[in-house]
Design a protein around this ligand. Structure first.
Ligand SMILES: Cc1cc2nc3c(=O)[nH]c(=O)nc-3n(C[C@H](O)[C@H](O)[C@H](O)COP(=O)(O)OP(=O)(O)OC[C@H]3O[C@@H](n4cnc5c(N)ncnc54)[C@H](O)[C@@H]3O)c2cc1C
Length: 364
């Protein structure tokens, strides 16, 4: 392309990523453009080519990348909010002493909510990236193939859930800044602008949810998805007697049962080819699936952290790191995983209001 053929528009008109020259590229308008065919020629293979398959190799790692980027942005907002919460003195404790806001229970709740989600995002994304590595580098082709299926399974969860929740987490961080959060003195407003695109690009999160239900749950006759569920069930069974974690495993077991109720409804809609009802619930089902998986991943880390706490003792420099890990997992499982119960009730309720409401009703 000659530089004067390129018209850059839109750079000044977007919500975030102001340092990035986002533009709409229109290729081939002058009928003077070349393309290269990747893989088999569909004209010579009964209309079957390899383009989508090859594109998805790139797409899966890009999407898992968005999951990790979501964890990074949420962490950035959280650490900024934490630093501000130490500085800002406002209100008093029960003894009448003026205190930094980090000592108020609601601020601690908000920070712990952010920390638990950030650590859950990291845990699930590290798992996804672990299988990306196995898929690329393991010498055994069978193991590589299995890892590929796992990556495909985990991709919409890492991308869709983390980027969807990110927006709410940055909102929590901004809230901690009070009025300052609404100004430009601190980076959180910028993070809010930048982070929104994560739920949009690399396939919007609705598309991720349809990918999960329409493709990933059923691919290879449903075997990778069954293995995904079995892994969670096995994890619960193997660890439910762990000392100090009875409540967490009880919630995880209940959540798994609730999730199976959701799957029963999904199966019925799929067998009836009732894609409208699948669409109505798909994003919420994606969230429930990811919350179940994230609960499993973060609880796994907590068990190891608990062991380390006992081994290392209070004086060790990593003690509070491990204490934080256990607290994050407890919070996540007790406060976020139970969302799956309400999603199960909603899905079973089969409410059709979304489909029934006439478009004209949106006039008001
Ligand atoms: C900052 C930025 C950088 C980008 N970088 C790149 C890039 O490098 N390369 C590239 O190729 N693209 C890039 N994109 C494009 C991006 O991937 C698309 O914007 C995104 O996939 C959504 O597509 P769309 O904008 O056409 O939205 P639309 O497809 O018009 O979607 C609009 C809304 O309708 C919903 N929707 C669409 N279809 C359906 C359906 N069938 N059923 C229900 N709901 C539906 C969507 O979920 C969404 O909420 C970039 C976009 C941005 C904002």
């Amino acid at each position: 392309l000659e530089s004067n053929d390129v018209e850059i528009t839109g750079v000044e008109h977007k919500l975030g990523l102001r340092g990035q020259a986002t533009c709409a590229l229109s290729v081939g308008d002058n009928d003077d453009c070349r393309a290269y065919l990747l893989g088999r020629n569909p004209l010579e293979n009964d209309g079957k080519g390899d383009g989508m398959k090859i594109m998805f190799n790139m797409m899966n790692s890009a999407r898992i990348g968005v999951g990790l980027q979501s964890a990074a942005m949420a962490a950035n907002a959280m650490y900024n909010a934490r630093d501000y919460a130490y500085e800002r003195v406002q209100g008093r404790n029960t003894k009448g002493k003026r205190i930094p806001i980090i000592e108020h229970a609601d601020i601690k709740r908000s920070l712990l909510h952010q920390k638990a989600c950030v650590e859950a995002f990291r845990a699930m994304n590290y798992k996804g990236n672990y299988y990306v590595d196995i898929n690329k580098h393991h010498p055994d082709p069978e193991v590589r193939k299995k890892a590929d299926s796992t990556v495909q399974m985990l991709t919409p969860l890492c991308k869709g859930y983390c980027s969807e929740e990110l927006w709410n987490l940055v909102s929590e961080a901004i809230q901690i800044f009070g009025g300052y959060g609404f100004c430009e003195d601190y980076p959180v407003a910028r993070i809010a602008r930048d982070c929104k695109v994560l739920s949009i690009y690399e396939g919007t999160n609705y598309i991720q949810s349809m990918d999960l239900i329409g493709r990933k749950m059923t691919m290879e006759k449903g075997v990778p998805f069954q293995e995904f569920i079995k892994d969670i069930a096995d994890f619960i069974e193997a660890n439910q007697a762990s000392e100090g974690f009875a409540k967490e495993f009880e919630i995880m077991a209940e959540a798994l049962n609730a999730f199976k109720r959701i799957l029963k409804v999904v199966k019925q809609y799929l067998s009836e080819r009732n894609m409208d009802m699948i669409s109505v619930f798909s994003k919420r089902i994606l969230m429930a699936t990811a919350q179940l998986f994230a609960g499993r991943c973060i609880l796994d880390q907590a068990l190891l952290a608990d062991k380390k706490i006992k081994e290392l003792g209070k004086e060790h420099y990593d003690y509070n790191f491990y204490i934080g890990k256990v607290a994050s997992a407890r919070y996540f499982v007790r406060n976020i995983v139970p969302n799956i119960f309400s999603i199960a009730t909603i899905v079973e309720g089969a409410d059709t209001t979304v489909l029934d409401i006439p478009l004209e009703a949106f006039d008001y």
